[in-house]
Design a protein around this ligand. Sequence first.
Ligand SMILES: C[S@@+](CC[C@H](N)C(=O)[O-])C[C@H]1O[C@@H](n2cnc3c(N)ncnc32)[C@H](O)[C@@H]1O
Ligand code: SF4
Ligand code: SF4
Length: 346
Amino acid sequence: MKVLKKIPGAIGAIQRHTKLLLPRVTIRRLVNLAVVGVEMLFRRSRPTSRPMVAKIEASSACNLMCRGCRTGIPLVEYQPGNLSLEDFEVMLDKMGRYLFEVVFYIWGEPLLNKNLPDLIEAAHRHNISVIISTNLHFLTEEMGERLLDAELDKVIFCLDGWSQETYEQVRIKGDFELARSNIMRFIEQRQRRGTKKPYLEWQWVVTQNNRPELDRGKTAARELGIEKFVELVDWGNRLPEDERFFEGLKKVRQKQFSRTNRCFWLWSSIAIQYDGNVFPCCHVANKPYSERIYGNIVKDDLATIWNGRQYQRARQLVRSGWVDEETDVVCGQCYSPPIFIERPRS
Ligand SMILES: C[S@@+](CC[C@H](N)C(=O)[O-])C[C@H]1O[C@@H](n2cnc3c(N)ncnc32)[C@H](O)[C@@H]1O
Ligand code: SF4
Ligand code: SF4
């Protein structure tokens, strides 16, 4: 019975992904996808396949200081900046033929990069889907029109509260009314063009404080015709203990700590900061680790990075199931759901 209940959701997810990715299929990408699957299964440390998804920081700057987000913690080692079109073109030349999808955020607010629509168009010239995640504060009418012109594929937006009072408890410096009115106007703009693109996903990080407003958020999402509403849990226990909320999301919580030994990102995707510095995933792509970058995609070639010492060592760590806390490879500090690394029992 449990399995049957999951079927409509699974069909919906497959349909959504198919819609987003099917037009991007090429023979080369398909072959690469198959090889990624096999090499991931055998956890090869020097794969012949290449990443299928690139998470690229359109901007590492942010106007907010959300609790629970690394961008909100002022670690000044890494200067904020924006991805240039020139560097992005170099990245596309090196990786574009393998990529199904570019995800234009890691830490930071992508709409702070005013060239974002040009970056989206550049990705589309290589037949790659584009996703952004935004706090909505800079989704002006003009930017909305430019994003629609550029045929952005998907927008994830984060509104975790349905009043200023609740919203700003997590989104420090956030303006609820501005964020809400910006997304409402964008939906109208999309409607006027008679398109369902970009696909809209509302994410809500559930906390003890915003939980009472969750139903109002879900109702608003339905009324506004937003395609998907996602409840998230706090990753990595970054929020204060009394604010975290996991009840009803227990499975996610259990999964976070299950002692399986997997990481698909080390074989399937790559995280790149605005200046080209490469990290294996968004969870470790941050400032304290800047001395441990895996390479620079603007300066180095993809194969050198992808099969470089850091990547090989990281894959070996995952394969062995032993995470060396002292290792100089950043994956050694992995505490990141939804990837589960078996840690040695103390
Ligand atoms: C780091 S932000 C970057 C993109 C953009 N600035 C935004 O807020 O959407 C990407 C996502 O991380 C989520 N996030 C940040 N801190 C989190 C935490 N502690 N737990 C779960 N999600 C978190 C945000 O809600 C957002 O959906
Ligand atoms: S808006 Fe996004 S990047 Fe900025 S602090 Fe909040 S979650 Fe982090
Ligand atoms: S830090 Fe963890 S989740 Fe990220 S790539 Fe490394 S092993 Fe995978």
